[in-house]
Every structure is written in structure tokens, then in C-alpha cells.
Ligand binder design. Structure first.
Ligand SMILES: C=C(O[C@@H]1C=C(C(=O)O)C=C[C@H]1O)C(=O)O
Length: 364
């Protein structure tokens, strides 16, 4: 390509950027107007709701449907995710608590879902995220709920039994783990590998093959593992990109997770009910009396009404020995007539039924 051609293309890019700039600003002014209308139409004593997850899901879907490339749908939606995040921050900056410390996958999930224009607050434990939301100190909380390799995150499920929370969104994140070392690490004498128990489990086979005799130490998070390694010469950490960048560690081996599709699903928790978008999920907790056929009775209404169950998990109920609660996710919104009737049928058989929330299926 000649210098001339390159120059002409750059002039064109500059002029397009000016248009993009003007359009983004116009969009941001529109969002400010939306905020003004929301405030003006409040009933007395009503609190304004600026963040509308159902609307955001629709915006992102529309973008993906209309996108003709060359940028991929996900890439384009990611850009719009950030534009919306900044527009919303003009209305009201969201406060979001997540399972910290900084650099965790949960933080990455929070950014993927809400964009970067939020005020984010790392919490030391899953239960603390729940408490922070319950106390009203933040608008939303982000917690991991299941991993495709290792299954349920029990702390999260148990926290739902103790707190009244509304699930208002979900996000899935592809989890890549790396073996990380610090500047001072003697890589041929590593005697300890730190990580979160879930991550150690997700890399079990790789560790058995490459470091069979090295002690595996479970710590509270991957970011904590990365932090520890910085000051030690004989240890390594298993963590992801964010933690590696944050603590300035180098990758001794990349993508060491046993399953290449290793993904974690995260939930957004808050107090706001989300209206239907037409492509939603609902999460419920049900406890049944301990008698033959109870689980069958619970599942029959879903089957008979053609409702797609996406997940079922069992946990001890904590209110009696050998009694259980079921966590069930299914397609649909609790306001859909069909779902409503299924929930009514179940509540007739169940000891207790609680709808944790209906929320848009993950778009990104
Ligand atoms: C602009 C609005 O407020 C927020 C910002 C949105 C956006 O930038 O598109 C979408 C939904 C809300 O979270 C709205 O409710 O439409």
C-alpha cells in the first residue's frame, strides 16, 4: 500500500471518528433526557429507577441482530455495552459490590455485565456481597454461581437461603487459568501453588501431569493467590489475566484449565424486579416434604407445560437433618401466564416456594 493511500484512509477515519463522537454525545444527551423524564414522572415518595436491565438487554440484542460486520456480534455488543454504561453513569453511577479482591473473575464478570463506568467495591466473601446489597450500601452485587467443570458454588446457593435477594441478571465468562510467577520466583524450585479451591480443581489434570508433587494451597481467591506469590521465591499461583496484570506476574504456562470450554456463570443480585423481555430465565428455591415421589411431582408441571429446565441443584435445607431444598432455573418469566400456572401448581405440593427472580438471559 502506498503512503498516499494510507494517508487518505487516515483522513477518512478521522472524519468518521468525528461523526461517531457526535453521535455518541447525542446518545448521551438522550440518556440525560431519559433521566429527566424518569424524575418528572415519579409518584410521590417513589424512588427513581435509572438502571433498566431489560432495556439494556434489548439494546444489545438489537445491535447484534443488525450488525453486518466486519466486527463480530460479541465485539460490537461489547462496545455498545460500554457506551450504555457511560450513558447510565450520566443518569446515576451504579454502585456494584463483587467478590474481591481486585482482579478476580467476579470483577471481570461485573465489568462484562455493567461496563466500566460503575463504582465497584471488592468484598472479602460471598456472604459480604449479599450483606452489602441488603444494607443498601450498593445497588447490585455480583457473585459466582456455577462452573461448567466444577459445578455449583455452594456459598452462593446457601446465601440465598439466608438473604432476601432478587436476581436481576446473569453473565457467563470463559475462564482461562495461567500458571503465574513473580520476578523473584525460582521457576525450577517451585514447591507450592496457590489458588482458589475451584481453580485448583479446574486445573487438576494439568497439575497432576506437570507438578504432581508440589503442594496445592487453597486460598480465598485467585487474586489473593497472585498477591502472595509476589513476595515469595518458591511459589506460583493459578489465576487469570486480570490478576496477572494487577500484580505484575508472568505466565509460566497459559490456559492450563483441563476443559477448554471452562466457563463460570455469575448472578447479579439486587432488590429490583426486572420486567419481561421475551427471552428470560427464572430462578426459584423449592423445599418439598421428604416423601416418595416428591421430586417427580415437582418436575411434572414443567414437563407438562413444555418449560425448559436449565438447571437443578440440591442443597441441605439447614432447617432439619437430611432435608433438602432445590434450586431450579428455567426459561421464562414469572409473569408469563404459563409460568404463573406452573408455579401455582408447584406451590400446592411444596413446603415452601420462593421466586428468586426473573431476568434477561445473558446476551454477552
Ligand atoms: C436510557 C435509559 O437508561 C439507562 C441507560 C440505557 C442506555 O444507555 O441505553 C438503557 C437503560 C437504562 O439502564 C433508559 O431507560 O432508556
Amino acid at each position: 500500500m502506498s503512503e498516499q493511500e494510507l494517508k487518505a484512509l487516515r483522513v477518512r477515519i478521522d472524519s468518521l471518528d468525528e461523526k461517531v463522537l457526535e453521535l455518541i454525545s447525542e446518545r448521551a444527551r438522550c440518556a440525560q433526557e431519559v433521566a429527566r423524564v424518569k424524575m418528572a414522572t415519579l409518584a410521590e415518595g417513589e424512588v427513581p429507577v435509572f438502571y433498566r436491565p431489560e432495556r439494556e438487554a434489548q439494546v444489545l440484542k438489537r445491535v447484534m441482530e443488525r450488525n453486518k460486520g466486519p466486527l463480530g456480534n460479541e465485539e460490537m455488543a461489547r462496545l455498545f455495552r460500554e457506551i450504555m454504561s457511560s450513558c447510565l453513569a450520566l443518569e446515576q453511577p451504579l454502585k456494584v459490590a463483587y467478590l474481591g479482591p481486585e482482579g478476580t473473575f467476579t470483577q471481570a464478570a461485573a465489568m462484562k455485565h455493567f461496563g466500566h463506568a460503575v463504582i465497584s467495591k471488592p468484598m472479602a466473601a460471598i456472604d459480604e456481597v449479599f450483606r452489602e446489597v441488603a444494607a443498601g450500601a450498593v445497588n447490585f452485587g455480583v457473585v459466582p454461581v456455577e462452573n461448567s467443570t466444577e459445578g455449583a458454588v455452594n456459598h452462593t446457593l446457601d446465601s440465598f437461603l439466608e438473604h432476601d435477594m432478587v436476581i436481576c441478571g446473569e453473565v457467563e465468562l470463559r475462564i482461562h487459568h495461567h500458571l503465574l510467577v513473580g520476578e523473584n520466583t525460582k521457576t525450577d524450585s517451585i514447591s507450592r501453588i496457590y489458588s482458589h479451591a475451584q481453580s485448583l480443581a479446574q486445573c487438576r489434570k494439568w497439575l497432576d501431569a506437570h507438578y504432581p508433587n508440589v503442594e496445592r494451597v487453597a486460598v480465598s481467591s485467585n487474586a489473593e493467590a497472585a498477591k502472595r506469590v509476589k513476595g515469595e521465591w518458591n511459589s506460583a499461583a493459578i489465576a487469570g489475566d486480570m490478576a496477572a496484570g494487577l500484580y505484575g506476574l508472568t505466565r509460566l504456562a497459559e490456559k492450563i484449565e483441563d476443559r477448554p470450554d471452562n466457563s463460570t456463570r455469575f448472578l447479579m443480585i439486587g432488590s429490583q424486579e426486572v420486567p419481561p423481555t421475551g427471552d428470560d430465565k427464572t430462578s426459584i428455591i423449592v423445599s418439598m416434604s421428604n416423601r416418595p415421589g416428591a421430586l417427580h411431582e415437582l418436575l411434572v408441571p414443567f414437563h407438562e407445560n413444555g418449560i425448559d429446565l436449565t438447571r437443578i441443584e440440591t442443597r441441605p435445607s439447614r432447617s432439619g437433618k437430611w432435608t433438602y431444598v432445590f434450586f431450579i432455573d428455567f426459561a421464562g418469566h414469572h409473569r408469563d401466564p404459563l409460568v404463573k400456572s406452573v408455579l401455582e401448581q408447584i406451590s400446592q405440593e411444596a413446603v415452601a416456594l420462593k421466586v428468586l427472580g426473573s431476568y434477561p438471559k445473558a446476551v454477552l
